[in-house]
Design a protein around this ligand. Structure first.
Ligand SMILES: [Fe+2]
Length: 160
């Protein structure tokens, strides 16, 4: 770790950064999964889903940046390469052979839900480490993910 005048004690910063690097791996994976869906979706709802998945990709890119930069602010090293993400991500592998809008809605919903679960847990873990800043950042991310999950799931909820 790097020396910093940041007053969060070093051992706690180390724990926070390990936690955030795990979320960073998930977020990098999530971002590329959204692009995978954006590129490959087909069917009658093509244009809406194609554009929605791109919007989610952009939002997730901003979460990636928030997480990575907070790691560095706390004196750590952001481990944000695709190879690290592939090794550590807690998301399920995105199915490569799907095309239909419903299948992508289901796969994207699952990825968002998995990441949302981890983000919500991270709020509490950051709280336990007395870092309101990190907890607040994941509260913002978690709220965003909940919104995107709603946007995606609304495509399959009309028949209920
Ligand atoms: Fe595009």
């Amino acid at each position: 770790m790097y020396e910093t005048e940041n007053d969060i004690p070093q051992p706690r910063r180390a724990e926070l950064n390990a936690l955030m690097n795990q979320r960073l791996a998930d977020a990098v994976d999530l971002q590329m999964q959204m692009k995978q869906a954006h590129w490959n979706v087909k069917g009658p709802h093509f244009i809406g889903l194609h554009e929605l998945f791109d919007q989610i990709d952009e939002a997730v890119e901003s979460y990636v940046d928030l997480i990575a930069e907070r790691i560095v602010q706390l004196g750590g090293i952001a481990e944000g390469t695709v190879r690290v993400a592939a090794e550590r991500s807690r998301l399920e592998e995105y199915p490569l052979d799907i095309a239909d809008g419903h299948a992508h809605v289901e796969a994207v919903s699952k990825a968002l839900s998995t990441f949302g679960h981890e983000a919500r847990n991270t709020i509490d873990q950051a709280d336990d480490l007395d870092d309101a800043g990190t907890a607040d950042m994941f509260t913002e991310i978690s709220r965003g993910i909940d919104k995107w999950l709603w946007f995606v799931e609304a495509h399959s909820q009309a028949t209920k």
